[in-house]
Design a protein around this ligand. Structure first.
Ligand code: NAD
Length: 250
């Protein structure tokens, strides 16, 4: 018998063109899932889908869409369901930062981050939830942040979006619990990716001082937590926030 946990399952991973989303997509694929690789940039989705298909021919398909665009996301969701026939796992990972102090934050900085991080997760959930309800099974994982738990200076917009995801996840979890679908948040701390590569040395040092395990995390740390919550072992866990942050938010 295969010990792959996601054989015959279909996973949609947003923001899968690089970073944490890429690691999540590849680790679900390594355990047998077929993957809809979604990102804003066609070339990035295509590259990650090609990597997955090199290991498992035919396992992945690339899609390019702006998660903030409700109508475009519904169309992409319909296309994914037509291409794969089902959706077992949705990982809402696409996210952006526009960091600056609140007194300098523009209306556009606020809207871009809320539309992408919070509304984007709603948009994709809306696009696949009916299919999950019909299947009477599913897993929704929303990628939050330590910032949504503690607040971080310079991130009023980002922290609001990530805290908002927690309330949204708990509400949806209650709506669908009786249909065999769980919804949880994985809240990363500081993880080595393009998003944190732009931080200057002073910010990195300050962050490190707040992390009890004294190091930044790896994308694989987040992927492992997501896979666990998507697995049959986690069927009794819903509406929860799993912080994967080296102890930063405890
Ligand atoms: N890196 C960290 O330390 C860290 C910490 C906490 C939370 N997170 C969260 O993890 C997730 C992934 O972060 P990352 O570090 O891999 O970031 P990243 O910038 O490397 O990747 C983000 C991905 O999201 C996609 N994306 C952004 N806006 C999009 C949009 N409007 N439509 C579609 N796709 C879009 C990008 O194309 C990219 O593939 C984000 O939600 C982020 O907020 C990251």
């Amino acid at each position: 018998m295969s010990n792959k946990r996601f054989e015959n399952q279909v996973a949609v991973v947003t923001g899968a063109g690089r970073g944490i989303g890429e690691a999540i997509a590849k680790s679900l694929a390594a355990e047998g899932a077929k993957i809809a690789v979604v990102s804003r940039t066609e070339a990035n989705s295509a590259k990650v889908a090609a990597d997955i298909n090199a290991a498992t021919p035919g396992a992945a398909k690339p899609y390019a869409v702006d998660v903030a665009d409700f109508d475009a996301v519904q169309k992409t969701g319909d296309q994914i369901l037509a291409d794969f026939g089902r959706c077992d796992i949705l990982v809402n990972n696409a996210g952006v930062t526009r960091d600056t102090l609140a007194m300098r934050m523009s209306s556009d900085d606020w809207d871009t981050v809320l539309q992408t991080n919070l509304k984007g997760a709603f948009n994709f959930t809306r696009a696949v939830l009916r299919a999950m309800v019909k299947q009477r099974s599913g897993r929704i994982i929303n990628i939050g942040s330590v910032s949504g738990l503690m607040g971080l200076a310079g991130q009023a917009n980002y922290a609001a979006s990530k805290a908002g995801l927690i309330g949204m996840t708990k509400s949806i979890a209650r709506e669908i619990a009786s249909r065999g679908i769980t919804a949880n948040v994985v809240a990363p701390g500081f993880i080595e990716t393009d998003m944190t590569a732009v931080l200057n040395e002073e910010v990195r040092k300050g962050a490190l001082a707040q992390i009890p395990v004294s190091r930044f995390g790896a994308t694989a740390d987040i992927a492992a937590a997501v896979s666990f919550l998507c697995s049959p072992d986690a069927s009794y866990i819903t509406g929860q926030v799993l912080a994967v942050d080296g102890g930063m938010s405890m």
